[in-house]
Write a protein that binds this ligand. Sequence first.
Ligand SMILES: Cc1cc2nc3c(=O)[nH]c(=O)nc-3n(C[C@H](O)[C@H](O)[C@H](O)COP(=O)(O)OP(=O)(O)OC[C@H]3O[C@@H](n4cnc5c(N)ncnc54)[C@H](O)[C@@H]3O)c2cc1C
Length: 437
Amino acid sequence: MRLRKASSRLALAIRTSSPEASASRRSIASIIWSCYSGGDLSKQAALIRTGRFVMNGADPLVPYALYAGCDGLIWGGAIFAPKTCVALVEAAAEGKWDEVRALWKILEPAMGLIWETRLRAVRLRRRQSHRLRCRHAAQAVARAGSREARNAHGAGSVTVSGTAKNVFVASRLPKRAGVSGWVAILQPRTPRPVLSEAISVDVAIIGGGFAGLSAGHRLSRLDPTVRVAILEAGIVGEGPAGANSGFIIDLPHEVSSNDFSGESEGRFRDSVLLQRSAIALATELAAENGWGKDLFDPCGRSSNAMSAKGDKHLDAYSRQLSKMGEAHRLLKREEIEAVTGSKAFTSALFSPGTVVIQPAAYISGVADCLKEPVRLFEQTPALSFERSGDGWPVKTPKGLVRTAKIILANNGHAESFGFFRRRLLHVFTYASMARAE
Ligand SMILES: Cc1cc2nc3c(=O)[nH]c(=O)nc-3n(C[C@H](O)[C@H](O)[C@H](O)COP(=O)(O)OP(=O)(O)OC[C@H]3O[C@@H](n4cnc5c(N)ncnc54)[C@H](O)[C@@H]3O)c2cc1C
């Protein structure tokens, strides 16, 4: 097998679904090679003909792709454990097979989990799309005449993955694994009611996390008469919006990128503006409702370094922030030790704009201060919505929302309705909470 040392060139692995997709990504400077695992040799050959460094993913095509001139084999592990994968490839290139086997043993449990989960997801998706196709076919037959007439005029359709669609059915709904620590330390909250009737509103919002509830508040600020129904599948605070680290940041996380220039400067400014608008709305809500620092603390944030390399990153970030005119302060080892009580940190960069929240308390507070005519319904999943005349009725298990506009604020579950297919990755991360002694 032809293996090439990739460590020095490994900037970013991109799984391409097609040579066309690869071509569109070629303009991105930091992408230096492509990985294709679509299982279609003709597509892989087209990608090889582009002259780029091309790898084949872990699929049965591997030997044929290598005959065709592919540069090597790489698999999803490169995304999850890049350093170990590069070390493995290097050891193989040098013929150190004992080392390769030892590294593979480290990777194997995680790889097994990824592959097994991916296979299950594919099987599940096939079963679901078969069921959905049957359901859509039945609905299409029932409405064939009027639908065709409407589509012929291009009216009232939404384009999902290139296909005009009028019916969106949730293929799955969120599940809660358990109670988060943030919720457990709060007083029990009385959830808003389940929707159990048919109502009419101007805007329906699907999802009661940060995005959905903030959209409800923002709409009512823009027009206090606008009728809004927010549908939350579970209980507010028990989803991701109530189970995170609680940093509402104004400046980007990235402390190691090399420069902010040209387009990236524009993107930086846009994202800072967006983040500061969110912080402004949150600050207004905190002031109106008298939330204390235990819930909403505009204390700023420090990024701490633990090595000379980290110090360098912070220096570079500081230079970028100065260039953008953003307030910040570099802290020396003794200064950050005085703040944290730990000798572990070698330097730190403090920026004042971040707010730290108790996420479950914050999002519950945001829900509980919604006022008529913005209504929140909890334990009320949106099961489907479809075009009907001028509106988009949304069905829930016990009710119906008639509306002209829908805001989809259900995060990764947008994919359940068919949006952003194959473009979203659900990631589960966990943290534990300890009691201070
Ligand atoms: C461990 C961890 C730490 C994090 N730390 C931070 C941090 O410090 N700062 C930060 O900014 N972000 C952080 N995040 C990310 C942050 O939590 C998410 O980006 C955020 O919750 C997204 O908000 P959202 O409103 O878009 O989606 P969500 O909070 O996921 O809300 C979407 C809601 O839609 C509901 N829903 C889904 N489908 C339906 C349906 N069919 N009908 C009705 N409702 C539906 C769900 O129940 C859910 O409540 C962290 C995430 C994790 C996991």
